[in-house]
Design a protein around this ligand. Structure first.
Ligand SMILES: *Cc1c(COP(=O)(O)O)cnc(C)c1O
Length: 383
């Protein structure tokens, strides 16, 4: 292994999570696997391949470059949907390869129709509706123009979907806003349908909405964070668990980020450890030097705070996290040797380091911490 750390991705954990999600949505609802942000840090190629082997046939990405990576990885027939950015050159590529994409402004609608006409291939678009997020989507006058354009270009544009995105379904605080969004979505959908614009799929739900607002499932759900084994927020988790007899978490995390002990050192009582004077040994100590630092995404803010697992026990980070190494206290863990496995994130024995504790005590940061795991750490698929 020519690397100081690596990330294991568990296929059985993914299969567990997919089974749970499918049980929540039932047979009739399409499950779209959201893999933007390098599959939330899991690695698009590795994640897509195990997802496909686990029966997933619909992937949602943010941009055309991600769509291309999925297309290169999958073998069976698969739907790929771009929810965000495509430039004009990529649009032609997308249409040619049957990639579906969101349309949220007139210029894209016209360009899509133009490309479809030019290359003679009907394009499947998802018309995004503005329902209250105030980010992207058609509403009011722009929607009227979109309707006219759909009519005009109906030989070249297929209305595959109508969709919107909620402004924070993971927080009960946003309950009224989310409900109003779904209501507005229904109204706009009906308006379009009355004019003969009937979508194949209506979709609004992300993970949190899937759990908290079952009436948003409709024809398809777009699930990111939960397929990776994380809840969108402690509130969503609490809300789900409150209704269950069995209080064990039904989700399993896929990620284990691991390294090895590079070297061991004994320091005497009173010595300072590492740069500066932030940590002074309160006793004679044994330190393990781990070859991971902030350049590998192990935050400097975890200096003197973070924990890792060695021999199934917690070892705390002592001193400042360096660019490429950190020191951990193994004084009370007997028998630690060079090359011993170190878990930075994930499970070892009965202990685990969660993303939340790895960052701060808010699960909201799961999304950010996962996607910030550097792309150049190797991802390895394990059972
Ligand atoms: C990221 C994203 C999702 C998935 O959200 P999760 O909370 O990770 O399930 C769904 N829809 C859109 C438009 C997104 O950008």
């Amino acid at each position: 292994m020519f690397h100081s750390s690596y990330i294991e991705i568990s296929k059985s954990a993914l299969q567990n999570n997919i089974a749970f999600i499918k049980q929540l949505i039932g047979q009739q609802v399409q499950f779209s696997s959201v893999i933007k942000g390098n599959a939330y840090g899991h690695g698009i190629e590795q994640f897509t391949s195990i997802a496909q082997e686990s029966g997933v046939d619909h992937f949602s990405v943010f941009s055309a470059d991600e769509a291309q990576r999925v297309l290169q990885t999958v073998s069976a027939p698969t739907t790929i949907m771009i929810m965000g950015y495509i430039d004009n050159q990529e649009l032609e590529w997308a249409v040619a390869h049957g990639i579906e994409f969101y349309v949220f402004e007139m210029s894209r609608l016209e360009e899509a129709a133009g490309v479809a006409k030019r290359i003679g291939k009907r394009t499947r678009i998802h018309l995004e509706l503005e329902t209250g997020m105030n980010r992207t989507g058609f509403e009011g006058e722009t929607l009227a123009r979109a309707e006219a354009a759909l009519e005009k270009h109906k030989d070249f544009l297929e209305l595959k979907g109508l969709c919107t995105h909620f402004a924070g379904a993971e927080s009960i605080q946003n309950h009224d806003r989310v409900m109003a969004q779904q209501e507005k979505f229904q109204q706009l959908t009906q308006r379009l349908q009355r004019k003969g614009h009937i979508p194949v799929q209506r979709h609004t739900a992300c993970s949190a909405a899937m759990v908290a607002y079952p009436h948003t499932h409709m024809d398809m759900v777009r699930i990111g964070i939960m397929q990776y084994g994380f809840w969108p927020s402690p509130e969503t988790y609490g809300q789900y668990m409150a209704q269950q007899q069995d209080k064990t978490d039904p989700l399993r995390r896929l990620i284990n980020w691991k390294s090895r002990v590079m070297s061991l050192k004994t320091v005497q009582h009173g010595e300072y450890i590492g740069y500066g004077t932030s940590y002074q040994a309160p006793r004679k100590m044994t330190l393990a030097i781990v070859p991971v630092g902030y350049s590998w995404g192990y935050s400097r803010s975890l200096s003197n705070v973070g924990n890792v697992l060695i021999k199934g026990m917690r070892a705390s980070v002592v001193g400042i996290v360096n660019m490429n190494v950190m020191m951990v206290d193994v004084t009370d863990i007997p028998g630690v040797a060079k090359d011993e496995e170190v878990v930075l994130l994930g499970r070892q024995g009965n202990e685990s380091i969660t993303v939340a504790s790895f960052g701060e005590l808010s699960t909201q940061l799961n999304y950010e911490l996962l996607t910030r795991l550097p792309v150049n750490i190797p991802r390895i698929i394990v059972a």
